[in-house]
Design a protein around this ligand. Sequence first.
Ligand SMILES: C[S@@+](CC[C@H](N)C(=O)[O-])C[C@H]1O[C@@H](n2cnc3c(N)ncnc32)[C@H](O)[C@@H]1O
Length: 438
Amino acid sequence: MLERVLSMRRSSPHPDDAGAGVTSADESKTKKQSRASILISRVTNHLARLPHVIPCAWPVLLLCLVFVFLVPTLIRISRNVVCVSDPFDPVSRARFFGFDGLESDFGSLGVPWCRPRHGKTVEWTSKDLIKGLEEFLPIYEQRPIKNNMFGMGFDHSFGLWFMTRWLKPDIMIESGAFKGHSTWVLRQAMPDTRIISVTPRHPEKYLKKGPAYVDGNCTYFAGKDFIDFGSMDWKAVMRKHGITDLSRVLVFFDDHQNELKRLKQALKAGFRHMIFEDNYDTGTGDHYSLRQICDQDYVRGGGHSCFKDSDEARIRSRRKKFWEKAVDVDELCGHNEAWWGVRGYMRDNFNHSNTPMSQAQHFQNSRFLESVLDVYWELPPVAGPSLTHQSRYDPARTVPPIVEDGRYALFQRLGLSRLDNSVFNGYTQMVYVQVSEQ
Ligand SMILES: C[S@@+](CC[C@H](N)C(=O)[O-])C[C@H]1O[C@@H](n2cnc3c(N)ncnc32)[C@H](O)[C@@H]1O
């Protein structure tokens, strides 16, 4: 791994590295070429001294020499050209994270993970996920809202459907419905279960302009009836719907609010199962997320360096050229080298509000979260970027995908190759959490 990181750094087109990198690469290329020409001339000299060599063998020998010396040089040159000319080129990206052995930088950038109190995890396995994918694909193809820009794409739609179907709640609450795509996904998972949808604008309003989904077995707190999740009298609402066991309720948040705030509100109401759609990575997104909260110095893959000459800075700068959501240290770090949250801020409400936060506060937030956490599970991306051609999330900051890079036969067998590439571009580490009070 270290060797790979080092070789990546040597060929890095980062301006800081350019001088040294280019010079040494050129030097070694010159050395290799001069060694090659010495060898060629030695071989030809030797052959010239052999008049008995059959004349028709000469073209074959020359061809061999071309293959041995010229072709690898041409391949090396063309690779460098691909790398520099189009940073989002899928071929160069594919090479970057696997096919030429340069796997993602786990360990260097890593994936921070929230630590549940008793080390408990989910019941489902990767086999269950693959089976689920096979089942979900034809359902997804029937979705009423084909273009769900600003809403969920394929990865999270699958995750929400799979987890809801597995958990089989007695009632589902969603906060943030937009045109109703997530309501439709919940309905596909549980055809007869009540949904409560809390969203400022009623999805029926979107029907005037195009496709939207309004559910017949759903109570909407929308439009003039909108009440924020945190202000709702959940006891009364649950009683009204005959729910007595709150551990049978699933809450889905896709409302871009501070997730610490939402988690505390849900705990207060007595809910235990939650799915957060946008579990943004540190330095990104418009609200403070669980992933950000758990990104701490003491967690593997967590804690960051704002030092511009660090290994992390070099890796980040290189990855930014390939992945749209990757952030380099300039973007990651704010005033006084604050890297936590987003540049030391706790964002809320689509970033309409943001509050500066000390590292000590950020640390306390993770202590609180871990003190109530029973399960933390991030949905993996459905398939590797070389299969989906997505270019947004950085695979060095996610868990391995369900269908890993290189498994094209499986990708095709599951029918995933039928989907438009654009549906794979919305992955933001959707997370399922189970909590209970201390
Ligand atoms: C990203 S969209 C939701 C997308 C939807 N879940 C889907 O998959 O298509 C965010 C939604 O949250 C709504 N929203 C804004 N503030 C909210 C709040 N305080 N509570 C609930 N929803 C809110 C917005 O109006 C918008 O409809």
